[in-house]
Design a protein around this ligand. Structure first.
Ligand SMILES: *[C@@H]1O[C@H](CO)[C@@H](O)[C@H](O)[C@H]1NC(C)=O
Ligand SMILES: *[C@@H]1O[C@H](CO)[C@@H](O)[C@H](O)[C@H]1NC(C)=O
Ligand SMILES: *[C@@H]1O[C@H](CO)[C@@H](O)[C@H](O)[C@H]1NC(C)=O
Length: 245
């Protein structure tokens, strides 16, 4: 453990130079890192709170969009650059959003530091697989189904990770959405060069019932107008008098 930790620190101190997935524009430090959290509510998925059940399992795209919109974190697998396991798959946890509480896009957005395992892997190879599961809500537990039961729907998105270019409409939207859902980001160490990233989806695999994996059209998935307001209503029920920004 100590060795791995030391290696990670050594890597983390290294320069973020060879970044193939970096945007043309330089990433800028956030000037105003000490933001107030006064207008934000804590919104980690509360497993004791019930949100409306997922759609019919035959409605593949609504189901896929429901699962992503209603989960707050993902496992992300990358190809490791850690010397002892170079080229091995490596999995990590990332807090995610797919848009604001009121506006789902189907695209997973991330708030990342180049010091993290995942960003270091992505600097070498931007390919990643992102997995979210209804196990993150209280649905599977409520139904008495195991996390690996095919009815405990999991969505597995693969593609290439991209930085979202600073100072674009998408950046402003995604960063606000990330901070809305994860207010703790406002208190993260300001000197970690945080940036916003997203998955450019190449394949959508989903297990949402018996009978094997389903593969969904990326185009149809992204075009689908998801109007579910579960997360917004959940947030409002958690903090009915909190001012929404
Ligand atoms: C939702 O987000 C999309 C993508 O950023 C944007 O084009 C659209 O205007 C937004 N809609 C609302 C109602 O905020
Ligand atoms: C952001 O974009 C606007 C409009 O293009 C520009 O005026 C401004 O200087 C940019 N800000 C930064 C920090 O790049
Ligand atoms: C999505 O559906 C809502 C509600 O039906 C509608 O108001 C909105 O205009 C739709 N958006 C798009 C982009 O079709």
């Amino acid at each position: 453990m100590d060795t791995i930790f030391t290696i990670f620190i050594v890597l983390a101190l290294g320069l973020y130079g060879e970044c193939k997935w970096q945007n043309d524009e330089q990433f800028h430090h956030y000037q105003n890192s000490r933001r107030s959290t006064a207008n934000h509510m804590p919104l980690y998925q509360d497993k004791t709170t019930t949100i409306p059940d997922p759609p019919d399992h035959n409605k593949l795209i609504p189901m896929a969009r429901y699962v992503l919109h209603n989960t707050d974190w993902a496992s992300i697998a990358t190809i490791s650059v850690l010397p002892a396991i170079k080229g091995f798959p490596f999995s990590n946890v990332k807090s995610i959003v797919d848009g604001s509480l009121a506006n789902s896009t189907g695209i997973p957005y991330f708030y990342m530091s180049p010091m993290d395992f995942t960003a270091r892997d992505l600097a070498k190879n931007s390919r990643a697989t992102v997995m979210v599961s209804l196990e993150e809500t209280n649905y599977c537990e409520k139904k008495g189904i195991d996390p690996e039961d095919p009815r405990c729907t999991r969505l597995i998105l693969s593609g290439k990770m991209r930085k979202v270019r600073d100072n674009t409409t998408e950046y402003t939207f995604a960063k606000a959405a990330l901070f809305e859902r994860h207010p703790a980001f406002a208190n993260f160490p300001p000197d970690h060069n945080w940036f916003v990233a997203k998955l450019k989806i190449a394949q959508i695999a989903m297990i949402d019932w018996f009978g094997g994996a389903k593969y969904l059209s990326v185009r149809d998935y992204l075009a689908y107008n998801y109007t579910g307001l579960e997360m917004l209503q959940h947030a409002q029920s958690q903090a009915p008098v909190t001012h929404m920004t």
